[in-house]
Design a protein around this ligand. Structure first.
Ligand code: SPQ
Length: 430
């Protein structure tokens, strides 16, 4: 286990960084390339640990995948190119790998076993295993198929009209992926719209997807065609430097090539509402996904209320938004965010407990947190608890605290942002 200590930034942050590839899109590029017919090449892939777990699982399923830094080549042989794995499939720390793979394996006529780390072992899987079983797949595991290790015997499945209780892209994607190899039509209806990278990328691979309000549908029997994918930068990674630029005095930084999919840009809306000096330039479309360059300057911020439909659009950014709120005047209330409890850690508990160590005025609520901002933070020893987003939030906090901040289990950051500390160092003026 490694420990990192971050010292206060005295002269501000300045410069330009290109944020690493989007994690959600990188996972999907490997998965869809693996079930497609023909070669898929990926540019801008995120070589973070989660996405490397996805590559390793599909290699164990018999797919030829070559990866070199941010370039990946996948030789897909269609759905039937996946073969019974001789080994257990290890998803590491990745919820996306677990849930989307369940959707793919649910229709494959062989047996497979999924296992992950300690954090994955606590995350609820019945939100996908229950509907997949209803479609006809045989899935079992601890707690009646809710917890890993999970064993899957796929086979003949029938389409389903699924009404999801949670706005979750992982649930939606798992059911739609199973639907592609099931009899008839499969549709998923969500309470709020979750990120739509699966739908966009399936269309890019030649699949017909239909939309009706909050319902997305596919018809079974569709094949994917291999293609070239360019992965935009991850707005969830950019978020750490957007907040750093806003709260560290004398800063002005530019983040290039940031994915601006409207289902992910809640952080931008929140920062603008709080009064951030943030500009958006060079907007363009890459592979069915919008991207832009973002410039952030030190800002005077005010607290706001964050809840309702915006929550799925910024769910992964709530830890760093909580830090932002500690530096805003007045109160910030985050509500309707119960989903935080089932991420890599219970992110309500970990954000509140770790920011409290640094002197923040923050309290947990049933569905979020209340932060009273405007007070200076002091140093201390914090822990990521193996959660990359908590680790990065604490590291950015260390840039503004009076004394250094130590982050225990800082190695977790490599899950989504392996070059995080290099980027932070390159932006420091001193
Ligand atoms: O993959 P994992 O571990 O679930 O990753 C997280 C993260 O913070 O990186 C959540 F812990 O992001 C999820 C996100 O919260 C990635 C994701 C996706 O790629 O489909 C969707 C969201 O999860 P969900 O449960 O709302 O579908």
């Amino acid at each position: 286990m490694s420990k990192k200590t971050v010292e206060r930034v005295s002269k501000g942050l300045s410069g330009t960084i290109r944020v690493p590839g989007d994690k959600s899109i990188s996972h999907r590029s490997v998965m869809f390339g693996s079930i497609a017919n023909g070669t898929t090449t990926v540019e801008g892939f995120l070589p973070g640990e989660d996405c490397l777990s996805t590559i390793s699982c599909f290699q164990k399923l018999g797919v030829s995948i070559k990866q070199n830094q941010d370039t990946v080549t996948i030789e897909g042989n269609g759905w039937d190119g996946l073969t019974e794995p001789a080994e257990i499939l290890d998803v590491g720390n990745s919820g996306t790998t677990t849930r989307l793979m369940l959707g793919i394996l649910a229709t494959r006529p062989f047996h497979s076993v999924l296992i992950g780390d300690e954090s994955i072992a606590k995350r609820p899987m019945s939100r996908v295993t229950v509907p997949l079983r209803e479609m006809g797949s045989q899935i079992d595991g601890r707690d009646h198929g809710n917890l890993t290790p999970l064993s899957i015997r796929g086979g003949h499945t029938k389409g389903i009209r699924f009404q999801s209780k949670v706005a979750s892209a992982q649930v939606k994607s798992a059911i739609l992926l199973a639907g592609l190899q099931s009899e008839g039509e499969t549709s998923v209806t969500e309470p709020e719209k979750s990120r739509d990278h699966t739908e966009r990328m399936l269309e890019a691979f030649g699949v017909e997807v239909t939309y009706d309000g909050l319902t997305v549908s596919v018809t079974g029997g569709q094949q994917l065609k291999g293609r070239h994918i360019v992965v935009p930068g991850d707005i969830s990674s950019a978020a750490f430097f957007l907040v750093a630029g806003a709260i560290i005095p004398n800063s002005k930084i530019t983040l290039t090539n940031v994915g601006m999919n409207p289902t992910r840009t809640g952080i931008i809306d929140v920062m603008l509402e709080m009064g951030a000096t943030l500009t958006i330039e060079n907007e363009k479309d890459v592979n069915n996904e919008p991207v832009a360059d973002l410039t952030i300057e030190t800002s005077t911020l005010k607290g706001i209320e964050i809840g309702g439909g915006i929550i799925p659009r910024l769910i992964d950014e709530i830890p760093i938004i909580a830090l932002l709120a500690t530096q805003a005047s007045g109160e910030t209330i985050i509500k309707d965010a119960e989903e935080l409890k089932v991420k890599e850690t219970n992110r309500i508990d970990t954000v509140v407990s770790q920011l409290k160590i640094l002197g923040a005025n923050i309290e947990a609520t049933e569905d979020g947190m209340i932060i009273r901002g405007g007070n200076a933070l002091h140093g201390g020893e914090t822990d990521s608890f193996g959660d990359h987003r908590i680790g990065m939030t604490m590291a950015i906090a260390g840039c503004i605290t009076s004394e250094p901040v130590t982050v225990k289990q800082s190695e977790a950051i490599a899950v989504s942002y392996p070059t995080f500390f290099e980027h932070l160092k390159s932006l420091r003026k001193e």
